[in-house]
Design a protein around this ligand. Structure first.
Ligand code: SF4
Ligand code: SF4
Length: 275
């Protein structure tokens, strides 16, 4: 159970929250928001009346305190931030300029820095370890996922999707969504068939597993999302699925919009060259 300081006044999305919600943030968590209905004035009256210390940044105009540079911040907050953290922001912005120097003209760089485009997420473009590590290929009635890099073993992870019921000559038979599929694992690829029997959900889940295999660093976010205590990260960082517990709900894949892995979501690239 988490007690948080979320308030309805902070955003239209938060205005729709309940004071107590089970499973809204993640499946195993109850969120309690005791000051949900307090407005800002009530918060500061409470703090001042009770002589409770609070961050000085509120006294000079910040309405929220978090990261020095926030992709969601308003011009108002940026302006005050630039005044207070002038040297730090200047240093950061000069790094941003260096970063895009190869791809933009001098005028474009000024615009890019001033309009804050650089704060938007652009996936793994230009990052160490960034880029796509999995390529999907369809050939005949087979679908393959080819890995440029792996951090996990397919066989350790794929039982999320369903039980493996047999293995003969390196061909495994797996039940996924009450249908039977075969697959073969090679060093840097895995191939499933029959592709024609798969629906979009199964293909999406296979992609989610592939992303885990390619990117998982054992952050344990999936363990938190698992309702059956089946998703474990071993001491060596490897994924371990407790087969006897797993109910194949795929919550550990779906919780981040189907990507299957937070690291994959951060480091993969989706086209374009926004930098
Ligand atoms: S969330 Fe847990 S129970 Fe559901 S598929 Fe993943 S490991 Fe299995
Ligand atoms: S979110 Fe990614 S890195 Fe974290 S535990 Fe899940 S698969 Fe591993």
């Amino acid at each position: 159970m988490i007690f948080d300081g979320v308030r309805a006044q902070e955003s239209s999305r938060r205005a729709g929250y309940n004071e107590i919600s089970a499973g809204a943030k993640n499946i195993n968590q109850i969120n309690c928001s005791p000051i949900l209905k307090w407005n800002s004035a009530e918060v500061f009256l409470y703090l001042l009346h009770n002589k409770i210390l609070f961050n000085d940044l509120y006294r000079i105009g910040f309405n929220r305190v978090g990261c020095t540079v926030c992709p969601m911040s308003s011009d108002w907050r940026d302006s005050i931030g630039n005044d207070i953290f002038h040297d730090e922001i200047k240093e950061l912005l000069s790094k941003v300029e260096d970063y895009v120097r190869d791809t933009k003209s001098a005028n474009e760089i000024i615009k890019f820095v001033e309009n804050g485009s650089w704060k938007g997420r652009a996936g793994g473009h230009g990052l160490i370890n960034g880029g796509n590590r999995v390529v999907k290929k369809i050939s005949g009635d087979k679908i393959s996922f080819c890995f440029e890099r792996k951090t996990q073993n397919w066989l350790d992870v794929c039982s999320i999707l369903g039980s493996i019921v047999s293995c003969k000559d390196n061909v495994y038979t797996q039940i996924i969504g009450e249908r039977q599929f075969q697959f073969r694992v090679e060093d840097n690829a895995v191939t499933y068939w029959s592709y024609s029997k798969m629906d979009r959900t199964i293909i999406g889940h296979l992609r989610g597993v592939a992303n885990k295999v390619a990117y998982c660093v054992g952050c344990k976010a999936c363990s938190v999302q698992c309702p059956a205590n089946a998703f474990l990260i071993a001491a060596d960082g490897k994924i371990f699925i407790r087969a006897e517990n797993c109910i194949h709900c795929c919550n550990c894949i779906n919780f981040i919009g189907g990507k299957g892995c937070l690291v994959a979501k951060s480091l993969s690239v989706t086209g374009g060259n926004r930098k």
